[in-house]
Design a binder for this molecule. Structure first.
Ligand SMILES: *Cc1c(COP(=O)(O)O)cnc(C)c1O
Length: 393
């Protein structure tokens, strides 16, 4: 099965306006996602917010089943929250740490996660340690194996870093975590929606992801997967009257499922929109999406390498849809602005997003071009011509 690119582009209204290589920032929503989200908001305006939720209960509920299909888990292991970071936080801040406990993370870990790790370290006396990368740039599985001892209480890894093509060996890391009985938290913010993900095969206990990125859903939405047995042992850092029920004047009962990590109030239109986005991705198939994304990104890297002054900076044994590069004598922000003036969207990845990795590579900033399956070869050619012109100017 291959992607019908003409249909994918037809169903993406943004394709008529921009060359969008910022899918790792926020992908263009397809028409069905846009319609579902807008229609839901309109219904709220017409009949009332609570009444809309009651009438559209099945559409609101669909996000759990669709997420479970995407990730290979059960619907009761999914929580819907406002961002990927909050999903990650809700699980992370529920984990207990004691002085001397070790929290292992990857070199390309995302800033928000590292800030939380550092805060927990400061509060509890646990320590944050960075697993070395191997010669390809991915997490070194053998180094990780050597670091394991009874003081390691958490392995927190980003599957696909925000600043490059790298795909970390999530399942090999999972095998080590499982064998040692260590909690494994996977940030799948950039991988979900671009490649097949099966939490059972990966062996992670917790996974977080965003709606707006490769899943093509609306902004202000994210989700958390948490393995059932772990979920029932963890008390969320915040509880409200959705996460728990006030059963007698001095007692409450926390609900059993992953929704103990949710808020009572939420973005219902976003929830419906994410459900449709998940079904839309499943409709194309994550296998065909992944094949197309890798093919396009491989072509872009190859073409960029031919341009004088451009250095492609992607690491990893296996690469994904995120392509990063630097330009001799041209600041990343300047390249971004010059491309934006021609309706071409990229973004800048700066050192503060992935400081361990950027400092190790002595990089301050990168231009990031992130491709999705609805992008095409003609766009890559136009993009490279524009980059070539800016690099030569
Ligand atoms: C974007 C990103 C996040 C943060 O997601 P939000 O939805 O902005 O909270 C976390 N991790 C990685 C790797 C990301 O790229």
């Amino acid at each position: 099965m291959t992607i019908d690119v003409a249909r994918a582009r037809r169903e993406t209204p943004g394709c008529g306006h921009v060359l969008h290589f910022n899918n790792a920032g926020a992908a263009l929503m397809p028409q069905p996602v846009l319609d579902a989200t807008v229609d839901y908001l309109k219904l709220e305006a017409e009949i009332g917010g609570y009444e809309a939720a009651a009438r559209e209960a099945a559409a609101v509920e669909r996000v759990y089943g669709a997420a479970a299909e995407l990730l290979g888990c059960a619907p009761d292991e999914i929580a819907f929250v406002e961002t990927a970071t909050r999903a990650w936080d809700m699980a992370f801040y529920a984990l207990p740490f004691a002085p001397g406990d070790r929290m292992l993370t990857a070199r390309a870990e995302y800033a928000s996660n590292v800030v939380a790790l550092l805060q927990a370290a400061r509060r509890t006396g646990a320590v944050v340690e960075v697993i070395p990368s191997d010669e390809t740039g991915q997490v070194s599985v053998s180094s990780l194996a050597e670091m394991i001892d009874e003081r390691v209480k958490l392995i927190a890894i980003t599957h696909v870093p925000t600043n490059g093509g790298l795909v970390n060996p999530a399942a090999e890391i999972g095998a080590i975590a499982r064998a040692a009985g260590i909690t494994y938290l996977l940030d799948a913010c950039q991988s979900a929606g671009q490649m097949p993900i099966d939490v059972g095969a990966i062996g992670c206990d917790i996974l977080s992801t965003a709606s707006r990125k490769y899943l093509r859903g609306p902004r202000g939405a994210g989700m958390l997967y948490i393995r059932r047995e772990l979920c029932q042992r963890l008390e969320p850092p915040f509880l409200d009257n959705h996460a728990a029920t006030w059963v007698s004047p001095d007692r409450y009962e926390i609900r059993d499922d992953a929704r103990r990590f949710e808020n009572w109030e939420t973005n219902f239109a976003g929830k419906v929109g994410l459900g449709v986005a998940l079904d839309y991705a499943l409709g194309w198939g994550l296998g065909p999406i992944w094949e197309r994304v890798q093919g396009l990104a491989g072509l872009l890297r190859e073409e960029l390498t031919k341009i004088p002054g451009i250095t492609v900076r992607d690491l990893g044994a296996e690469k994904c849809g995120i392509v990063t590069f630097t330009v001799n004598g041209v600041a990343a922000g300047n390249m971004q602005r010059r491309l934006a003036a021609q309706a071409m969207n990229v973004t800048v990845s700066s050192v503060a997003s992935t400081r361990f990795d950027m400092e190790a590579r002595e990089l301050a900033e990168l231009v990031r071009a992130s491709l999705h399956y609805y992008n095409d070869e003609a766009e890559i050619a136009r993009f490279c011509a524009a980059v070539r012109a800016v690099a030569a100017s």
